[in-house]
Design a protein around this ligand. Structure first.
Ligand code: 3PG
Length: 341
């Protein structure tokens, strides 16, 4: 605390003759100005420009930034988090063990949308606020989806005649930030866009003006040429994209997954693709059974590492949003994006 802080407290004190009130203000300003250690722990690193931006936000707010990137040993994560007050992660698993090592942790922000990598129960049990940064990387993911679709309909660029996306029916499963960005771009391709979302009514979907609603999940698979998955991995959705559901797709169907590998019943999809030689599966999340899927040459593609959100823009958007959310939480207590309420 320096002289400026003392003067600030003096200026804002209701009654400068009230010593107790004055000291209270001094204390609250001192508390708000306490330097927090904010750790960015990203096994898959952010672009440098994003890291620089995060550091700037953290330091401008009077805190200290530490960075652990590309770690291969979880013990390095445990050691780095030991004295951290706040944590920024991507898909990094914030397990109970991580929480147990983080004695000072008050807030963890998943710089991204899906927070299935955070042990929310462990956070809540310790009174740690968990947040995500919804929408910040959704355009990046949506662009990758469209790129993978072009790649798929052009036969993985093998030189043979393929087909076009224009006029094809695209089904979007879950119509959140990524799903809507996919719809926006797909419309530019001249696709006929349909959507289903378990948490939205047909009217709500159609009110966006971006997609026609279908009655249920199954109808999306029955009616569309391509289905794009945007559901989170939850107890209800895990393994829900299975043999029966994907089997509803008509000839030449394409399934594209930029959500989570856990939502796929891999054994069921492998069985189906062996029986249905017309189906293609393209995914930004390598399945556990990647080696088996690779047998479907010309019908299967997986990125080597999840790269939907791996753009400078998405890293800047999500990373800096995370840093701002943390700074604001320490300053004002704002918990707007809390996910463990
Ligand atoms: C998300 O949930 O935001 C995306 O899957 C991106 O994940 P990533 O930060 O690990 O790339």
């Amino acid at each position: 605390m320096d002289i400026i802080d003392i003067l600030d407290a003096f200026v804002v004190a209701d009654d400068v003759n009230d010593a107790r009130g004055f000291m209270k203000k001094v204390k609250s300003i001192f508390k708000n100005k306490k330097k927090m250690k904010i750790l960015g722990a990203t096994e898959k690193p952010f672009a440098k420009v994003a890291v620089d931006g995060i550091k700037k936000v953290v330091e401008e707010n009077g805190h200290q930034f530490a960075l652990l990137e590309k770690y291969t040993d979880v013990n390095d994560f445990y050691a780095a988090v030991a004295d951290a007050d706040a944590l920024i992660v991507r898909s990094d698993k914030v397990t109970k063990e991580v929480i147990d090592h983080a004695k000072n942790l008050k807030i963890v922000v998943r710089a991204g949308a899906g927070y299935d990598n955070l042990d929310l129960e462990a956070c809540t049990a310790r009174g740690i606020v968990a947040m995500n940064t919804p929408g910040q990387n959704s355009n990046a993911v949506a662009e990758l989806v469209m790129g993978m679709l072009v790649y798929a309909v052009r036969n993985f660029y093998n030189g043979k005649s393929g087909s076009e996306l224009m006029g094809k029916k695209l089904g979007i499963l879950a119509f959140g930030n990524v799903g809507r960005n996919v719809a926006r771009i797909a419309k530019g391709f001249g696709m006929d866009v349909y959507a289903y979302d378990a948490f939205m009514t047909a009217e709500q979907i159609e009110a966006t003006g971006m997609a026609k609603a279908v009655a249920n999940q199954q109808a999306l698979f029955e009616q569309c040429d391509i289905v794009s998955l945007h559901i989170p991995a939850t107890a209800e959705t895990k393994q829900s994209i299975n043999y029966d559901l994907v089997g509803k797709m008509h000839n030449g169907g394409i399934l594209v997954n930029s959500a989570r590998k856990e939502v796929i019943d891999e054994a069921g999809l492998l069985k189906l693709m062996a029986e249905r030689t017309d189906l293609k599966y393209v995914t930004d999340i390598m399945p556990d059974a990647d080696a088996e899927f690779k047998a479907f040459e010309g019908r299967y593609f997986a990125t080597p590492k999840k790269m939907g959100a791996q753009t400078e823009e998405a890293n800047i958007n999500a990373g800096i949003a995370a840093a701002n959310q943390i700074a604001d939480f320490f300053k004002t207590g704002n918990k707007k994006f809390q996910v463990n309420k």
